[in-house]
Ligand binder design. Structure first.
Ligand code: CA
Length: 519
């Protein structure tokens, strides 16, 4: 009797072990493929659409003449230039969309994150802002005001990739699991944490830490002690560390996913001494000489990575995707006239106008993408998620979140488009805290060449034909009531379908009407 019971227990244990083993196998059902490409996702912070010598429009603009980016020119000559690539207008919404595949209206990390449970929304006399996901993106579902997501690097790692995070993370608020990239599926984290900005780019200033590595503010860059006291720019330090991390992937004989998310070219506008004097000698005024040197420093990093790939004979098996997370800063700090740093685009970072959301984007995919090619089809930042997984040949994967992004592989292969018949959506039920054109509490739809912006504060519409009027100077809402109605309905339907949040009226507590309730 006793033996029988023991046998039964053993059998149960064996069965349990077998089922656990099967479970493990199932979650790794897709074993890594031998020739999976390496993938470098090179994300620049706050870089404007024309802060580069590569033109992303029908012609070279005066701004293109102002900047020098030979690395981007090299990448563009080997890959595809996207002339209509979009992101959100500020950091966190873009970064969460990039890593989760969700649209900002769905993930609700609609403004930038930093402190736990604290909103950075500015004050309004008329509006109360919603309880948005101030704690950002999280790997678990027990953090209040956050969105749980299966992050892109986690899926890549489960399918054999060595996953490297270098630079700015800015996914979750301070004190939450999501602040650490290691909790989101990265094998290595270089200098990433909760903050979306930085104290200083200077190694001589220990990147904002004291000599023992203690941060002197929330903006101190962590983890780069070996460069303390050295005359090195953060952009260069990150690039050197990224190279060492790629060496580790090679040693491990794994394909790598390198997410190099530069802190550059975010403020503070400090000179990158490798290039600064050149711009001074060319007569650039401040702070634009400093800014141009930061842009070229960022570009040098891209060039250095491409050199590394050549040295290691990895060029033919490495994909490079270049992108920025929002439009170029123009509302403050920059030199010259405000809101004019992205002309012919209107406004800049924080704005629903093109200056706030249109990005420089290039993709190199050896053997797949035609060198020196170009597409005018539009896309948005959450599209990177399914695209990168498709490029990595990962077909079966599970996420806890719904994916809004569409793979742009058809555009890359020139075999089709995902832009046709597709509407793009932006949602910012917040207050960035800065004023300027298109900077406010808005929801936006782009449908073909038409773009409709709904401003919650006074509930007015602006309608532009982006193809004919890239500067968004002629509001056609008055002349085109049918088009306004059509787009407002699509926008309202979409926002309701993803359970988007809305501001409410301070005086009454009532939610502001959806765009299509206001016609
Ligand atoms: Ca940014």
């Amino acid at each position: 009797m006793k033996d029988q019971k023991k046998m039964k227990q053993l059998t149960i244990r064996a069965a349990l072990a077998a089922s656990m083993f099967t479970g493990t196998l199932a979650s790794y059902a897709e074993v890594p493929k031998k020739d999976q490409p390496n993938i470098i996702l090179f994300l620049v912070d706050d870089m404007g659409w024309q802060d580069t010598s590569v033109p992303f429009w029908v012609k070279k603009t005066p701004l293109n003449e102002k900047f020098n980016t030979p690395g981007m020119e090299r990448l563009a000559s080997q890959g595809m230039v996207f002339t209509q690539a979009y992101a959100s207008s500020v950091c966190s919404p873009s970064r969460v969309s990039l890593m989760s595949g969700m649209n900002a209206a769905r993930h609700r990390v609609t403004n930038w994150t930093l402190q736990k449970d604290a909103s950075v929304d500015g004050q309004s006399k008329t509006l109360t802002y919603p309880q948005w996901n101030v704690n950002g993106m999280q790997p678990e579902n027990n953090i209040r005001q956050s969105v749980q997501a299966t992050a892109l690097p986690k899926i890549l790692r489960e399918h054999g990739y060595f996953t490297i995070h270098a630079g700015k993370a800015h996914f979750g608020s301070i004190g939450t699991p999501g602040e650490d990239p290691l909790n989101l599926g990265f094998d290595i984290n270089i200098a990433g944490h909760a903050a979306g900005g930085l104290a200083t780019y200077q190694g001589l200033k220990n990147f904002g830490n004291d000599e023992n590595g203690h941060p002197q503010s929330v903006w101190a860059v962590p983890g780069l002690e070996k460069y303390f006291g050295k005359d090195i720019n953060l952009t260069d330090a990150l690039t050197r560390e990224a190279r060492l991390a790629m060496d580790k992937a090679l040693e491990a004989k794994k394909p790598f996913f390198l997410y190099l998310a530069h802190y550059a070219v975010h403020i503070p506008l400090e000179p990158d001494n490798r290039f600064y004097q050149k711009y001074k000698d060319m007569g650039y005024e401040e702070p634009e000489a400093r800014y141009a040197s930061m842009v070229e420093g960022m570009d040098k990093s891209l060039n250095d990575l491409m050199d590394y790939l050549e040295e290691k004979d990895l060029t033919n098996n490495t994909i490079i995707l270049f992108m920025s997370d929002n439009g170029g800063l123009s509302a403050h700090v920059r030199g010259g006239e405000k809101h004019k740093h992205n002309l012919p685009l209107n406004s800049g970072k924080g704005s629903a106008y093109e200056g706030g959301i249109r990005e420089p984007m290039i993709v190199k995919w050896p053997g797949k993408v035609k060198a020196g090619s170009r597409t005018d089809d539009y896309l948005i930042i959450e599209d990177f998620f399914p695209t990168i997984l498709e490029m990595a040949e990962i077909k079966k994967y599970k996420t806890v979140q719904a994916i809004d992004g569409k793979s742009f592989v058809p555009m890359l292969l020139q075999s089709g488009t995902t832009a046709q018949g597709r509407d793009l959506f932006w949602h910012f039920p917040n207050n960035w805290g800065v004023e300027g054109p298109g900077i406010g509490t808005t929801s936006t739809i782009r449908s073909g060449n038409w773009k409709l912006i709904y401003f919650y504060e006074d509930q007015h519409f602006e309608l532009y034909n982006i193809q004919e009027d890239i500067g968004e100077l002629t509001n056609q809402a008055g002349q085109q009531p049918q088009k306004v109605k059509e787009l407002a309905q699509k926008l309202g339907n979409y926002l309701r379908s993803v359970d988007a949040q809305r501001p409410s009226l301070k005086a009454t507590g009532q939610l502001i009407a959806w765009p299509d309730e206001n016609l």
